[in-house]
Design a protein around this ligand. Structure first.
Ligand code: NAP
Length: 247
């Protein structure tokens, strides 16, 4: 296929995706207040540190069930106990089996091994990918992922997962405050290729009081990392405007 044809086909694919997502939103995306989940879900969290722990706590508050996992079951057990009913702890395999939706929230350098260890469990599942390739922290794998684009790289490391890049570049410490904010919601840029996965991700973003903004297919996930114009706090409209300037 010529490069132009490939680009056109890719664009057509994304337009179909955008249409499907818009349809989903039209049917089911009335703005829910934070703290009132539209649909109760089981969420498996791999990486229960700053961002994974914070999101898990907010999702339980919104009515979801969460299982935390990391390399330290004692930490996860204590974290779950501090949140109460709705939160539990397990191994990464337990969490991946428990969740109908998974959140990956680990240093990028951990993803290759996690992809192997959980290969049978992530296949076909909606996986929210919060992991950022940071060269100073993650080394060579981060250089590779940044060149390939973070979304496509994660898809290669987690084969068969229905990946949506999400929660990548708003500091974890701001999320509880943003979740409570009255008035205009802060936008959360999302990128993915699977319309249903994006609809699930969008509802989980709304459940914690933010407004999902789909910026494009997974390839556009390359911009959903710290240090790009989309990083940080923006209104949904600002995200749409910035996103339009990025190819
Ligand atoms: N901090 C933020 O505000 C923020 C915002 C958006 C995205 N992110 C991205 O999200 C990811 C996590 O960041 P963080 O700040 O939350 O880091 P963190 O506080 O250091 O937490 C990392 C978590 O990953 C776990 N982990 C590491 N290797 C693992 C493995 N092989 N299997 C299972 N769990 C493993 C750690 O467990 P142990 O403690 O047991 O090692 C810990 O629970 C990074 O890629 C980061 O760039 C961070």
């Amino acid at each position: 296929m010529k490069e132009n044809d490939a680009v056109k086909q890719h664009r057509r694919g994304f337009l179909r995706l955008a249409g499907a997502v818009a349809g989903t939103f039209a049917l089911g995306a009335l703005p829910f207040p934070a703290g009132a989940a539209a649909e109760k879900r089981k969420i498996g969290i791999v990486g229960s540190g700053r961002i994974g722990g914070t999101l898990g706590r907010l999702w339980v508050k919104a009515g979801h069930e969460v299982m935390f996992s990391s390399l330290d079951i004692n930490h996860d057990t204590a974290l779950a106990a501090s949140i109460g009913p709705g939160a539990r702890a397990g191994t990464p395999r337990d969490a991946a089996a428990f969740g109908e939706v998974l959140l990956m929230a680990v240093p990028y350098s951990a993803l290759p091994q996690i992809g192997k260890d959980l290969a049978d469990l992530v296949k076909g599942k909606v996986v929210l990918d919060a992991c950022n390739p940071i060269v100073s922290r993650d080394g060579e794998i981060a250089t590779w992922a940044r060149e390939k684009g973070a979304g496509l790289a994660s898809a290669e490391l987690l084969p068969g997962a229905r990946i949506v890049r999400a929660f990548n570049a708003i500091n974890y410490a701001k999320l509880p405050e943003l979740a409570q904010r009255q008035g205009g919601r802060t936008g959360m840029p999302l990128a993915g290729d699977d319309a249903n996965a994006i609809a699930v991700a969008s509802s989980l973003v709304r459940d914690i009081g933010l407004e999902p903004v789909v910026v494009g297919p997974l390839a556009k996930g390359r911009y959903l990392i710290p240090g790009t114009p989309l990083a940080g706090e923006h209104t949904p409209e600002q995200i749409r405007q910035i996103s339009a300037t990025l190819n």
